[in-house]
Structure formats: structure tokens, C-alpha cells
Write a protein that binds this ligand. Structure first.
Ligand SMILES: Cc1cc2nc3c(=O)[nH]c(=O)nc-3n(C[C@H](O)[C@H](O)[C@H](O)COP(=O)(O)OP(=O)(O)OC[C@H]3O[C@@H](n4cnc5c(N)ncnc54)[C@H](O)[C@@H]3O)c2cc1C
Length: 368
């Protein structure tokens, strides 16, 4: 297998397995604030919660490899409450100075404020723009797909500031001129909102980092998230393969084990090959990233391959299990819905492929 983990990381993996069995699996039929709070508390006790936060866990190693091990292992149980295990990460607010450190970063990390990310815009609208006026930036424009936006206290928003360029700005959702235009859900069950910014006056001190540095900052944040998507996708692959393993042992109507048929074996082995390839890419990239190397191309490749592969594996598993797997409550039907959006969110597969091609052909960059 591609993991080849140190003793420390094996301990992390074992802890995640135990956590999934004792805390997450028993909660799979329940939901609500009390359940979420109980999981968060147990995660803090287990040393997992702070792995995604500055300073990290005082029990487990920090870094991309450790995060990938934890996320993949937990996802391999296909748990319902995976999002509650890790504390909010700083995202683009990492290392912001005052006043944002006290007003937004700390409350975000403590769970007192909710943040969201505003990047995507409607096709038929001009880019969201800002003009500096004294100590303020006046922002106008639209963001069309802000996950968690309706419940968010602020949106880290990409704004093209006149003469300075694309910048990330923390915009509080309650400010005058902020209009929540639409709330909507997507196939995976998550919730989003569309916003219009109508001459919103934001303190200049809410610009994250240097004005004009928004795109590379946003890309760095998206790069980290891409690897974690890939890790979660790999965990789901392991879960589906285990489900198929069990299913293929069971005899069919003729009394022959389902896995005894050549065509079924062929498909099953093909899925295992792809999962092996996706996991090998993931672990190699996480290790490389932890050495400080720029892994932007490897991260894009992992995200494209893992999210497409998990889609294919879930889809093929549904085909092998049959119509029961499409009943709404069946975990394969639920997983099918959950993973589809990943081929668009945090960079559409087609666009990431073009980026990799451009890096190599036009810029002479990238090793893959
Ligand atoms: C579950 C989910 C959560 C999301 N959360 C957020 C969020 O929190 N914040 C946020 O800002 N956005 C969010 N998004 C939006 C997401 O970032 C966009 O869907 C994604 O970037 C693709 O943009 P688009 O939907 O505008 O599609 P488009 O950019 O229009 O792309 C659609 C298709 O057109 C083709 N295409 C587009 N551009 C090119 C090109 N240059 N060259 C070749 N082909 C091209 C590709 O086939 C592409 O798949 C989320 C999306 C999903 C599904």
C-alpha cells in the first residue's frame, strides 16, 4: 500500500479509526447541535480537533501528510459528521495582523464567528470591484456561490480594487449595502447563497495582506483544500471497496458468489487499480508538500484524479450492487450525490487540466 507511515502517523491513523468507531458511527442516525457539540468535544479530547488550526494538535504531527492520513482514515468509515471533527481552519486569514486577528481570525477559530469564501461570480456580471476612499474600500458587484453564506458573519471576498488589482477583503454580511439575493442547496446537501454588494463601505484594514495579492493568496488556500478533497475522496474509495468486497461474497439467485463472475471481477479489480493510483498520488504529494516544495501542479493532479476516480468508483459500485443502491437512503446513493460537486468546486476538472498544460507548455513549470 502507498502509505508507508511512521510510528507517529500509525498512531494517528489508529486514533482516527477508534474515533470513527466509537464517536462517529454511533451518531450516524442522529443530527442536531447537541450531537455536533458532543463530537467536537470528543475530538478535542482525542487531540484531533486542533490539527487544522494554527499551532496544531499537541498530540499529533502537523503538516499535509498528517492531515491526509486523518481525513482519509475518517472518511474510510463514510461517517455522517466528518465536518465536526476538525476545528475551523484559518484559510486565507492565516497570520493576519491586527485588527483582523482579533475581530475575525480568533472568533473564527473559536467557533464564535462563521466565515465563507466569495470567489465565483455570475457569467453575465462585471467583476466585483472596489475603490479606495480615505480609510475605506467601496465594494460593488456580485458573488453567486458562497457556501454557508446565509449563516456567515463575513465573506472573504475577491475584489478587483481600482489601480491595485485583485485583493481579498473581509466583508461583514450585516453591512449596509450587502444583499443576500438567493439561498439555494446543491446535490450534495450543502447550502449556499448569492450576494449583491451595493456600494458597501468596508474598512481598508479589512484587506487581507497586501492589496493586489488576492489571487495568489486565494490560490494557496484553494491548493491546500484540494489535497484534502483528494484525501477525503480516497477515504470514500476505501469505504466503497470494502462494501463491494462484502457484497461480492454474497451468493446471487443461482447460489453463486457475485464475485465469481469474470466480468464482475474485472470491474472490481479495475476499481482497486484506480484507488491504488489515487492514493499513491495523494501520499506522494502530501510528503512532497511537507518538505516545503511547491506542489501546485501535483495538488491539481491529485484533485482531478481523486475526485473523478471516486465518482467512477461510486458509479460502478452502484452498477454492481443494482437498483437497491439507488434507493434514496442507500449509502451509495448518498455518496453519489455527495461527491459529484467536487469535480467543479475548488477548480473544475477541465480548467485544472488546462492549467497543468499551460504550466508545462507555456511556462516550463511543473514536474508531472
Ligand atoms: C458544492 C459547491 C460548493 C461551492 N462553494 C463555493 C464557495 O464557497 N465560494 C465560491 O466562490 N465558489 C464556490 N463554488 C463554485 C465553484 O468554485 C465553481 O462552480 C467552479 O469554480 C466552476 O465555475 P462555474 O460554476 O462558474 O463554471 P464555469 O467556469 O462556467 O465552468 C463550467 C465549465 O465550462 C468549461 N470552461 C469554463 N472555463 C473554461 C476555460 N477557461 N477553458 C476551458 N473550458 C472552460 C469547463 O468545462 C467547465 O467545467 C462551489 C461549487 C460547488 C459545486
Amino acid at each position: 500500500m502507498p502509505e508507508q507511515l511512521s510510528d507517529e502517523l500509525i498512531h494517528l491513523r489508529d486514533t482516527c479509526e477508534a474515533f470513527a468507531l466509537t464517536e462517529l458511527s454511533p451518531a450516524s442516525e442522529t443530527s442536531g447541535d447537541a450531537v455536533s457539540a458532543k463530537i467536537r468535544e470528543a475530538s478535542k479530547q482525542a487531540g484531533l480537533y486542533r490539527m487544522t488550526q494554527p499551532g496544531g494538535s499537541d498530540v499529533f504531527p502537523t503538516g499535509q501528510l498528517a492531515l491526509c492520513v486523518a481525513r482519509e482514515t475518517l472518511a474510510s468509515f463514510n461517517p455522517k459528521h466528518l465536518d465536526q471533527v476538525f476545528g475551523p481552519s484559518p484559510g486565507v486569514l492565516a497570520e493576519v495582523p491586527e485588527p483582523l486577528a482579533s475581530s475575525h481570525l480568533r472568533p473564527l477559530l473559536e467557533g464564535e464567528k462563521r466565515g465563507s469564501f466569495g470567489f465565483t461570480e455570475p457569467d453575465d456580471a462585471p467583476p466585483t470591484r472596489g475603490v479606495i476612499e480615505g480609510d475605506s474600500v467601496i465594494v460593488s458587484g456580485q458573488k453567486s456561490y458562497v457556501t454557508g453564506g446565509a449563516d456567515a458573519d463575513f465573506i472573504n471576498t475577491l475584489v478587483n480594487i481600482e489601480n491595485l488589482g485583485p485583493s481579498l477583503i473581509v466583508i461583514d454580511t450585516h453591512l449596509p449595502g450587502m444583499h443576500l439575493e438567493k439561498k439555494f442547496g446543491s446535490l450534495d446537501g450543502s447550502h449556499h447563497a448569492a450576494f449583491r454588494f451595493d456600494q458597501v463601505r468596508v474598512p481598508k484594514a479589512h484587506i487581507i495582506g497586501e492589496a493586489g495579492s488576492g489571487l495568489p493568496r486565494a490560490m494557496r488556500q484553494i491548493g491546500d483544500v484540494r489535497l484534502l478533497f483528494a484525501a477525503q475522496a480516497c477515504g470514500y474509495m476505501l469505504w466503497v471497496l470494502k462494501l463491494l468486497n462484502d457484497h461480492l461474497q454474497v451468493p446471487d439467485r443461482q447460489g453463486i458468489p457475485r464475485g465469481g463472475k469474470d466480468v464482475v471481477r474485472w470491474h472490481y479489480a479495475n476499481l482497486r487499480i484506480k484507488a491504488y493510483a489515487a492514493r499513491s498520488m495523494l501520499y506522494r504529494t502530501a510528503r512532497l508538500s511537507d518538505t516545503g516544495e511547491n506542489t501546485v501542479n501535483e495538488g491539481m493532479a491529485c484533485k482531478v484524479f481523486a475526485t473523478e476516480t471516486v465518482g467512477e468508483i461510486v458509479d460502478s459500485a452502484i452498477q454492481l450492487v443494482g437498483g437497491n443502491a439507488l434507493v434514496d437512503e442507500h449509502p451509495l446513493a448518498q455518496l453519489y450525490r455527495r461527491v459529484r460537486g467536487w469535480r467543479l468546486a475548488e477548480g473544475a476538472s477541465d480548467i485544472l487540466r488546462l492549467n497543468i498544460g499551460r504550466g508545462i507548455l507555456d511556462l516550463g513549470k511543473g514536474r508531472i
